[in-house]
Design a protein around this ligand. Structure first.
Ligand SMILES: [Mg+2]
Length: 286
């Protein structure tokens, strides 16, 4: 075979690739501080919320519990995907008022503040729904994070130039629910800005989100560094539905995971061996 067809094929391949923006690398990190070298004052930083900025202290109210509820609805009750999601959202939102949250890493709030003090613009993109907007802002404040500092330019959020008027954009948090990819949503935000950011840094615990953002911004030719953040991976993998079930049953009391495990063990043990004192005195609120 002569070299000429090969050279032509190579030239064609290079031409095709030049016209198609290559996706940037998605980086795996275990600590949020590993994002800092990629951030300067012109960077737009976009954080996911659950399992990135915060997590519940107990299993109840966690992101992993939400997806368990969706699966359970489909598997055990034969609900459609949309119905299972709608019911899981309602249950998940209802308990958020009572769950106790903490930063995923102890110094997460300090890192956010440090960036804000440098003038860096930070927003959050979450699969939470607008029904959880008020509690989400309270939870973030309870751990010392105020995303209202350094807001995006006003026209982008206040004067009809919202990224998508069908999507609730409250302060610096975009509540997407489960119906839109983060890549599509963030592309709309970036396109709505008077000036595109010099770079976007995106951090999320879910690989499909980092991939969708990476692809969407590459199409807009916006430089992006997407970090897949794995600090809560071990906890997600160790999710125990039995603990969540007990905590939901005793929801208003906010049982710790250990207390829920003890209670579950006692309630499944033969009646004669269960200590009488392990059962709460009054009837369950839920
Ligand atoms: Mg998350």
């Amino acid at each position: 075979m002569s070299a000429r067809p090969c050279r032509s094929l190579l030239a064609l391949l290079v031409a095709v690739m030049a016209g198609h923006p290559a996706a940037a690398e998605v980086r795996e990190i275990m600590q949020l501080a590993q994002t800092e070298p990629a951030i300067d004052e012109q960077t737009l930083v976009v954080f996911d919320i659950d399992n990135t900025l915060l997590e519940p202290v107990q299993t109840l109210g966690s992101d992993q519990w939400f997806y368990y509820l969706v699966d359970q609805g489909k598997r055990e009750r034969r609900l459609s995907e949309n119905k299972a999601i709608a019911e899981a959202v309602a249950t998940w939102n209802r308990v958020q008022e009572d769950v106790i949250v903490r930063p995923v890493e102890p110094d997460t709030p300090a890192l956010v503040r440090r960036l804000q003090e440098r003038g860096v613009r930070i927003i959050a993109l979450t699969a939470r729904t607008s029904g959880a907007a008020a509690i989400t802002e309270r939870q973030l404040r309870s751990i010392g994070i105020d995303l209202g500092r350094n807001p995006l330019p006003r026209p982008a959020v206040r004067e009809g130039r919202r990224p998508d008027t069908s999507q609730p954009w409250l302060g610096a948090i975009l509540f997407l629910g489960e119906n839109q990819t983060k890549g599509e949503a963030l592309a709309k935000v970036v396109r709505s800005l008077p000036e595109p950011p010099s770079r976007v840094v995106f951090v999320d615990d879910k690989a499909h989100n980092t991939r969708s953002v990476d692809r969407a911004l590459a199409r807009l030719r916006i430089p992006v560094v997407a970090f897949r953040y794995g600090a809560t991976d071990a906890r997600v993998a160790a999710f125990d539905p039995a603990v969540a079930e007990v905590q939901l049953r005793w929801w208003r009391r906010i049982l710790s995971d250990q207390a829920a495990r003890d209670l579950d063990r006692c309630s499944s043990a033969p009646a004669s061996s269960a200590p009488a004192s392990s059962a709460p005195a009054s009837s369950a609120p839920y």
